[in-house]
Design a binder for this molecule. Structure first.
Ligand SMILES: [Zn+2]
Length: 955
């Protein structure tokens, strides 16, 4: 304790010196908006350091909030909303006037009536609008290392709880303020603890404290998910906690406080805006809050910007998502703290301090609440009208009904429906019905036809209050503003003409441009312009999917063998879990007949006589846990065909021993999505550093090594030629290396040579100078390789040459992480115009399935929708199998959803491979062109991914 205080004193002292030398902004006074109630403690009286002198940890923050709440029960109430992965409790602090607090439940209930105009008439709504306060959702620290936000939150709580200033009292009378004390507590704790332990308050950009290590990187949560992308699929516990609270309170104003920019950002947002938002209304409120903030900032002579970078298109952010729920959702970005630490030298030599960054958020928070108070009535009215007009709008739009067909994988379909139900989207179910004018998601050009769903179907009629959100998450394609697209195309054309040394223009895309849940999940869906009433289709509640899962988990006890049909992703999971439990599992490599039924290739077989007696209970438990259909068979005799349970084409599987690389070269979100996926299915793996692999020995106990996405050049330099040799020896001896995106680029590097595939447009791409139609997919060619001038990919844009795993702070913005690894390896852009794929932010493309390889077991459709979010296009392997390819002469466009570069993307993507199996010695190298579990949203290639692990050593 003593040592700590001493260190702290030295530290504060040093900070002060820095302050005195270069500080250009006056020290902000957080206590000028009194008079303050003496009984309410200031945060500093508990923390023992001044605002912005140190980083507050989560437990310290909880003590502050608790003390304030205890001293101001007339204004403050704390709600616990759920635990994080690391057992920190997330809180919402409700603050309002004593009169409002006394009737808080009534306010909440009245407010909830504004979300459904079918149940609440215009005049009833008007009563509520006149008499209810506005609900303002003030959320802090979603990116745990954007730390100014965290400190600001305590100052806002104190101001609202303690001050008797007239403006503050006006806020309290007209608002129920909901303070989300920490959206990402686990990430913030990693950052705060690390920063506090190394910081000297140094403003030099090269100082250690501005270089957050890989394993700290507090932007992300425990599973290294970006929580500000997670609202689409709500995979993370923090998102679930927050969404639950959000739909309980139904706020009209929502602010998400960040901190990465050079100057403060507040709305109006940049283009594009999600077209499902009612644009005149969205724009109006963006202007009202933006101008109010501008006034406050001008008064302080603080810099800021609007209408740049931060758009409102992707629905997974904590500004677009509240907006799609009728709130005015806004992102605020302050200019200090976080990677900038206590002090940071700006490009003009002035210094931005942690304290001034906290002050800016504080002023913006308070201004927002004042603006909400002043506009209470019209904000509430627009909130009511948001859903009322949505219902009317749905009746005039083309997509009126969406049907999710669960028969392809009803567990995955249930997962999808639960996301919608958490978001209060109304879903109905019918055991058997015919959809009029059904159009398949899988086939953009298909004619409308009647379609009967006899295996049950989920039905969403868009004429419902949550239409805007439902449509944003489900529509096959979300168009971008035409002027925005034209502008990007013009930049692309100019870039094509630029010389080698000329800096290319950046694109203004913020994120992926396609995400619709059915395609991302790989679940069949249809839409129709006809929403005629359906008899027998009932609205389902939250228990329905759970009950449905339980009913579907069929299990019958076997005398001879258990058959696990590969009709659910969970079949592969069950097989892996059984192998890991030392049970013996086989797979049918041909179509199988067992128990008087036919099953396709890839069906799993668990023979009773080859296993311990505990197999029965284990299989039954797995069936329950994974909602998996498992059939018991009581004879080995097959009715037809050559393959039964005892057939020669039933092959034994090996227990996969899995290692995953977790190190500086690796994209954290890619590693995180793998970690989360393996964890949720309880599949053990060992995270491993590159150093352990390079130095040999570490891999000897493993059969599968997964390399998450990462920068190829960094993988290359971290492993070195010795490491690559170690890898090759291990593969030759039977190991399976699974690569994805950047690590697949690594595998294709000439000096690495783990695959015969070449990257389209790279200097060793033999086919680069051919017209795409001349490139042969399956012809085996002699490997005559031109000498490579640049073996490692060279970045073609000056922005973000580093992978997101170790961002260069100066280049980082909150959303543009798609740009970082988009680095087609080219020597001279202009000389290669038309031959090199330009990276795309993220579109869904149609891949064609080769149903003759084990990698596509469980996939019996002709096509799979896959995400392409780069310029990494892979020539087909000349030596191995190309399990998923983009057709050379597709009958319809390869693009199913999202933005692609006209004249570039599709032309160069044709004839390339998305999934490659490169047999090498006794082992395999398996390359995915992209991440199979991008953000936990994309799951269409779940089976090929698990196949790459599961069949190690068997084929
Ligand atoms: Zn952020």
């Amino acid at each position: 304790m003593k040592i700590k205080s001493l260190l702290l004193a030295t530290f504060v002292c040093f900070t002060f010196v820095q302050f005195a030398l270069a500080q250009t902004e006056e020290k902000f006074d957080f206590y000028m908006r009194g008079a303050y109630r003496a009984a309410v403690p200031r945060p500093q009286s508990i923390l023992r350091f001044d605002v912005g002198d140190f980083h507050t940890t989560y437990a310290q923050m909880e003590r502050v909030i608790e003390a304030i709440a205890k001293a101001a029960p007339d204004r403050v109430k704390v709600y616990d909303i759920g635990l994080t992965n690391e057992y920190r409790m997330q809180h919402i602090v409700a603050i309002s006037s004593p009169e409002n607090m006394a009737r808080l439940d009534e306010i909440k209930a009245n407010n909830a009536r504004l979300v459904d105009s079918r149940a609440t008439s215009a005049s009833q709504a008007n009563q509520i609008v006149q008499n209810n306060p506005v609900i303002s959702w003030m959320a802090y620290t979603i990116h745990g290392n954007e730390s100014a936000s965290f400190e600001t939150m305590m100052q806002v709580v104190y101001q609202l709880a303690a001050s008797n200033e007239p403006q503050t009292l006006e806020i309290l009378q007209n608002n129920v303020v909901l303070i989300i004390t920490g959206e990402n507590p686990d990430g913030h704790e990693r950052f705060a603890t690390w920063y506090n332990s190394v910081a000297t308050g140094n403003a030099d950009r090269n100082a250690l404290e501005h270089r957050e290590p890989w394993s700290i990187w507090g932007r992300y949560n425990h599973f290294r998910f970006d929580l500000n992308r997670d609202n689409i699929a709500a995979t993370q516990i923090e998102t679930k906690n927050l969404q639950k609270a959000f739909f309980e309170w139904n706020p009209q104003v929502a602010v998400d406080h960040h901190g990465q920019t050079s100057q403060f950002f507040f709305p109006p947002a940049a283009l594009p805006i999600n077209p499902n938002l009612p644009q005149p209304v969205t724009n109006k409120w963006n202007e009202i809050f933006g101008r109010a903030n501008a006034q406050s900032f001008d008064r302080q002579r603080w810099d800021y910007y609007v209408r740049d970078i931060f758009d409102l298109f992707y629905p997974g952010y904590w500004d677009s998502y509240p907006s799609l729920n009728g709130a005015i959702g806004m992102t605020y970005e302050t200019d200090g703290g976080g990677f900038k630490g206590l002090n940071w030298t700006r490009d003009d030599g002035t210094i931005v301090t942690f304290r001034s960054a906290i002050a800016k958020h504080y002023v913006a928070s308070m201004t927002t609440l004042e603006t909400a108070a002043k506009n209470r009535v019209s904000r509430l009215q627009d909130f009511y009208d948001f859903r009322r007009t949505a219902i009317d709008e749905a009746r005039t739009e083309r997509i009126k009904r969406i049907v999710i067909d669960p028969t392809g994988d009803w567990v995955k379909a249930a997962d999808l429906i639960e996301i919608l139900q958490r978001a209060k989207v109304e879903v109905r179910w019918s055991p058997n019905f015919t959809m009029t004018n059904a159009r398949s998601y899988a086939d953009k050009n298909s004619a409308a036809a009647n379609k009967t769903f006899s295996g049950g179907a989920y039905i969403l009629d868009l004429a419902q209050p949550q239409k805007r959100l439902a449509k944003a998450l489900l529509e096959p394609d979300t168009p971008q503003d035409a002027a925005f697209v034209r502008d990007q195309m013009a930049r692309f054309r100019r870039n094509e003409m630029r010389g080698k040394l000329q800096v290319k223009e950046d694109y203004a895309f913020y994120d992926i441009t396609a995400w619709n849940l059915p395609m991302a999940f790989g679940v069949d869906a249809y839409w129709s312009d006809n929403a005629a009433p359906i008899a027998g289709a009932n609205l389902i509640d939250e228990n329905f999917t759970a009950q449905n899962r339980a009913q579907k988990a069929r299990f019958t006890r076997a005398e001879i063998a258990y058959i696990i049909p590969y009709e659910q992703d969970a079949a592969a999971i069950a097989a892996i879990r059984l192998l890991k439990g030392n049970f013996r599992v086989s797979v049918a490599t041909k179509s199988l007949n067992a128990g008087s039924a036919n099953y396709p290739r890839g069906t799993f077989i668990v023979r009773v006589n080859r296993n311990q007696p505990t197999i029965h209970q284990t299989v039954e438990n797995l069936s329950k846990e994974l909602s998996l259909t498992i059939y018991g068979v009581n004879t080995g005799f097959q009715d037809i065909g050559d393959t039964g349970i005892g057939g020669e084409n039933v092959v034994a599987l090996q227990n996969p021993k899995i290692a995953v690389i977790a190190d500086e070269a690796v994209s954290q979100t890619s590693y995180g999505s793998l970690w989360w996926t393996l964890d949720r299915y309880k599949i053990e793996f060992t995270p491993m550093t590159l150093n352990s692999i390079r130095n040999g020995g570490a891999l000897k106990n493993y059969t599968v090594l997964i390399m998450p996405d990462g920068a190829a050049a960094r993988y290359s330099s971290a492993l070195g030629s010795g490491g690559v040799t170690t890898l090759k020896t291990w593969i030759n001896n039977g190991g399976t290396l699974v690569t994805m995106r950047g690590s697949s680029v690594f595998a294709a590097l000439k000096d690495v040579g783990l695959t015969s595939s070449k990257l389209v447009g790279s200097s060793d791409d033999d086919d680069k100078d051919k017209k795409p139609e001349e490139n042969e997919v399956d012809k085996r060619k002699e490997a005559e390789q031109k000498p490579s001038s640049s073996p490692t990919p060279a970045p073609n844009r000056n922005r973000q040459a580093e992978p997101e795993a170790t961002p260069t702070p100066e280049n980082l913005t909150d959303k543009q992480d798609w740009q970082s690894p988009v680095l087609p390896p080219i020597a001279s852009p202009s000389a290669n115009a038309g031959k090199v794929p330009e990276g795309i932010p993220g579109a869904i493309m149609r891949a064609t399935v080769d149903r003759t390889t084990y990698l596509t077991y469980g996939v019996e459709t002709e096509n799979l929708p896959v995400l392409v979010a780069s310029g990494y296009f892979f020539r087909p392997s000349k030596e191995g199998a190309n399990a998923l390819v983009f057709e050379r002469e597709p009958k319809q466009p390869l693009t199913v959803s999202g933005f692609v570069w006209e004249g570039n993307t599709e032309r160069l993507l044709k004839g390339t491979a998305y999934l490659i199996d490169e047999p090498t010695g006794s082992g395999h190298v398996i390359l995915f062109a992209e991440e199979p579990f991008f953000r936990g949203i994309f799951r269409s290639t779940t089976r090929p991914f698990f196949n790459s692990i599961l069949f190690n050593g068997s084929f």
